[in-house]
Every structure is written in C-alpha cells, then in structure tokens.
Design a protein. Structure first.
Length: 174
C-alpha cells in the first residue's frame, strides 16, 4: 500500500469505545465491515465519512443494526450501489488472480481460537508482487504484509469460510 492515505484505520481495536457506535456496540468490537469499506474507498482515492458508512450499513439489516457486525455481502451491495464494478467469489483458488485484476478487495473470513469462533473483514490490496492487508490483526500497527499469495496467507492463518469482494475503481485501474 505504497502512497496510501494516512487516515486508514489499521486497527479497529484502537477506536475509542464511544466513537463511531455501530448498533448498540462499539466499532472497536463489531465495526470491521464498514471499516473495510472505508479503507477500500480511501485506497482508491475517495473521501469516506465513517458516520455515513455506519448509517448505511446499520440500515441494511434493521433487526441486527450492526450488533452482530456486517452481513458478508453488504460491502459488495454498497460498492455496486455507488457504481463500482464488483466481483464476489468464495473459490479460494481464484483469490490471487481475482485480486490482481482489481484495485482493492475486501476479504471476509472465519477464524478459530481454541473454543472461540469469529469472523472478520479486512481490506486487501495487491501491489508490486505482494498482498497487503489493512485492519488485519488485533495488534496491527499499520498495513500488514500478507505475502505473495493471498490463498497461502489464508492457509497459514487457518481461516475458513472465506469470501473475496473485489472492487474496480470507477476511474480506471489505480
């Protein structure tokens, strides 16, 4: 993510608990979906307003209101509504090539830690032969180097149930 904007959200856990509430909970706890969209917009050079994104996503599933995070297909719906070309795939063997042909991607996955299972969205970009993630880990300090293969990164991390939302910039390839 060379020349990336300096306002990326690289670690949602550092967001103050009362800033950017998402439903009845904090964005630090359940905001990874809107944060992934925010980071994707910023990486493509667009302005992004966290409050407007939160309102849009909270309106998608009124029953949940963000309390259980973001529905896996909502980032794709958001970008399509904004006029971006979007490709969604759950075929991990195609993730690398798909990401290489798009400007930015959002990776959704499930993780397991002993008896706890959770899910997460992270923003991914391919540049100069490497994948970089934003808001990837609880201890991220900035964009994370994911390596030369997104599929290999997913395998190393033991992530499962993965879905890749690949977005092409409206103004041509960045």
């Amino acid at each position: 993510m060379e020349n990336e904007p300096n306002d990326l959200i690289c670690n949602q856990t550092k967001i103050p608990r009362e800033q950017w509430r998402y439903g009845l909970r904090s964005s630090a706890a359940v905001g990874c979906g809107w944060i992934a969209v925010y980071n994707a917009l910023r990486l493509m050079g667009y302005q992004a307003d966290p409050d407007r994104l939160i309102r849009w996503f909270e309106g998608r599933l009124p029953l949940f209101n963000g309390n259980f995070g973001t529905f896996v297909l909502d980032p794709a719906a958001f970008f399509r509504q904004q006029g971006f070309a979007v490709q969604v795939t759950a075929r991990r063997e195609t993730f690398d090539e798909t990401a290489k042909h798009h400007d930015v991607c959002i990776l959704y996955y499930y993780w397991r830690e002993k008896y706890k299972i959770g899910c997460h969205f992270t923003t991914v970009q391919y540049r100069n032969g490497r994948f970089t993630g934003c808001n990837t880990f609880r201890n991220s300090e900035g964009p994370d180097d994911l390596g030369e293969s997104l599929e290999a990164f997913i395998r190393r991390q033991n992530y499962f149930g993965c879905v890749l939302t690949a977005i092409r910039n409206r103004h041509g390839h960045s």
